[in-house]
Design a binder for this molecule. Structure first.
Ligand code: NOJ
Length: 591
């Protein structure tokens, strides 16, 4: 009896403390609620290209597991795995046939579990790709959906009758273009209707207006969260709610269809339901691939009072200068890039959170796109870009191989490419006679997604140490003999070792996470100079975005104080306003 009374009192006392603790507002840092994912450095793995363990030429999950020590040493603490699910690979796994099965080429579910355990053992986390705007046409839902107009799965996808041209021929329901060339509609003779696919013909779009689709998606999300993954990168998530009525795009809208496709009328409703029913029950992170979303629209997806996503990828920086966001890159200037980061800092408040990245599996190599990948400047410019990504506002996302300064591939002909986007574009533009082949390849080679997808260069051996076989699925860059992880690990001044130092600095410096950002010299054509300030603590970052040396005087009599990191070896230059910068030199000062 006494014991029972004692237990009850203890329970009351404990509950009171617990309730009091719950009622405490979180301790803010510079107005931001601290979160593990705000402090994370994320590393993206494209499994097909990371490490092959069985000699079939295709990267796999045991291969990734074998490189976890490498990643731990690099210092990243979240891994984002591009799709690892069962797929016929029309778009390298972004066309999913079974969301609960591992792609056979990548291994088994047991291999996945071993990978996840290895990640956790090293105090890292894993996020996976959630690709639910569309499935594969080989997914059982679509197989059922296309079988008859009355099948219970018919409404899992978006079917419409066609239109009839004046000459009596069939036309798609509207003029939506696909991201992978041609119409976004494909006619299916079996039921005499068209289905919508924003991407490849083999990637039919799911119908999110159907509550059963949402339930299925939420269920598969729980499946992976219950396994222990820590969240999702959400593929083209603003596209899941389709424009009301789906009228034809106007000629103006056709210049950048994403802006119309994205952020449809029910997006908020779908994301809030997802958050309520799934995400809020886990300690997870979410990052939406926010194609077609402006920086001003970002809070409408990530403001933490809305309970939708934690952060998004905005493409203004990574696609700078590219026509319509998807086309070839024209010229761009450093002040334009700086203005993008300033806009982010102005538009995103203390309830929002940002990401910072300049590469991924859909973009050319970081150093080739934004630096100078010539022999003379590849190393310093790759280091400068890593400096920028790891010191700007937002959770940084690094793409595999950029920590080595891997470069674009010397593509020449169609057979050098694997990507469906390039193959379809070739058919639509060159085979049709609209664009000369040399013009097409000159533009494509610089922006092709396959630049980022060539295998990781692990060592100077055959096939860059990626595979023990002789036929990697995509050719290894010929520069792997000299540019590889083993050589860089042995060189204290390599991009790899510099990136390790940078990540270590960021890990111990909250100013780079929660600090305010100020661009000190927005109009300077080649210098990016900014501060990150957290209370009394301030860091100054100065980057020379050019292949020429430069004497640079900080504006407003500001002095650079104590140098803490430099991408060039040699004596530090501190306590001065005038900096003697080498080509692509990047310095970090503690003020
Ligand atoms: C965006 C992904 O990043 C890209 O690789 C893919 O092709 C499309 N979404 C379609 O899933």
């Amino acid at each position: 009896m006494r014991q029972k009374l004692f237990d009850t009192l203890l329970l009351i006392a404990f509950s009171t403390v617990a309730v009091a603790a719950l009622a405490q507002p979180p301790q803010l840092i510079n107005g931001y609620e601290p979160k593990w994912w705000k402090e994370a450095v994320v590393y993206q793995i494209y499994p097909r290209s990371f490490k092959d363990s069985n000699g079939d030429g295709i990267g796999d999950i045991p291969g990734i597991t074998s490189k976890l020590d490498y990643l731990q040493k690099l210092g990243v603490n979240v891994i984002w795995l591009s799709p690892h699910f069962d797929s016929p690979n029309a778009d390298n796994g972004y066309d999913i046939r079974d969301y609960r099965k591992v792609m056979a080429e990548f291994g088994s579910m047991a291999d996945f579990d071993t990978l996840l355990a290895g990640i956790k053992q090293r105090h890292m986390r894993l996020i996976i790709d959630l690709v639910v705007n569309h499935t594969s046409d080989e997914h059982q839902w679509f197989v059922a959906s296309r079988s008859s107009r009355t099948n219970p799965y018919r409404d899992f996808y978006i079917w419409r009758p066609g239109r009839t041209a004046p000459d009596g021929s069939k036309l798609p329901p509207n003029n939506y273009p696909s991201y992978f060339s041609g119409s976004a509609w494909t006619y299916d003779a079996k039921t005499d209707e068209y289905y919508l696919h924003y991407f490849a013909v083999k990637q039919p779009d799911l119908n999110w207006a159907n509550p059963k689709v949402r339930e299925e998606v939420f269920s598969l999300m729980r499946f992976w969260l219950d396994k222990g993954v820590s969240g999702f990168r959400m593929d083209v998530i603003p596209l899941i709610s389709k424009p009301a009525g789906m009228p034809d795009l106007t000629p103006e809208q056709l210049k950048n269809p994403s802006n119309t496709f994205a952020n449809g009328p029910h997006l908020t409703e779908y994301l809030q339901q997802m958050n309520r029913e799934v995400l809020s029950h886990y300690d997870d992170m979410t990052v939406g691939e926010a194609i077609g979303t402006t920086v001003a629209q970002t809070p409408s997806l990530v403001d933490d009072r809305r309970h939708e996503l934690n952060m998004i990828f905005n493409f203004d920086a990574v696609r700078i200068g590219r026509q319509g966001g998807e086309g070839p890159r024209g010229s761009w200037t450093l002040p334009e890039l700086k203005a993008i980061y300033t806009a982010h800092a102005q538009e995103l408040g203390k309830h929002d959170w940002d990401t910072v990245f300049l590469s991924n599996h859909d973009n050319p190599r970081l150093v080739s796109a934004f630096g100078d990948d010539s022999a003379a400047f590849r190393v310093p410019s790759a280091k400068l870009l890593e400096t920028m990504i790891l010191t700007l506002r937002g959770t940084p996302f690094l793409y595999q191989g950029d920590e080595l300064g891997m470069t674009n591939y010397p593509f020449h002909q169609l057979s050098d490419y694997d990507d469906i986007a390039v193959k379809n574009a070739y058919q639509a533009q060159v085979a049709s006679g609209k664009v000369p082949a040399d013009v097409f390849f000159a533009a494509t080679s610089k922006i092709a997604r396959d630049n980022a997808r060539t295998p990781m260069q692990w060592d100077a051996g055959p096939e860059g140490g990626f595979t023990s076989g002789t036929h990697p699925w995509l050719a290894v860059n010929p520069n792997s003999k000299s540019l590889n992880a083993a050589a860089e690990a042995a060189d204290p001044d390599s991009v790899l070792n510099y990136t390790r130092r940078l990540i270590a600095l960021r890990a111990t410096t909250k100013a780079f996470v929660y600090g305010d950002y100020q661009d000190l010299d927005p109009q300077h054509p080649t210098v990016f100079a900014y501060t990150r300030t957290l209370g009394p603590e301030q860091y100054l970052v100065v980057e020379n975005f050019s292949s020429k040396p430069l004497v640079y005087t900080l504006p407003n009599n500001r002095k650079a104080a104590q140098q803490v990191l430099d991408d060039y070896p040699g004596p530090a230059e501190g306590n001065t306003s005038t900096l003697h910068l080498q080509p692509w030199e990047a310095r970090i000062y503690k003020q």
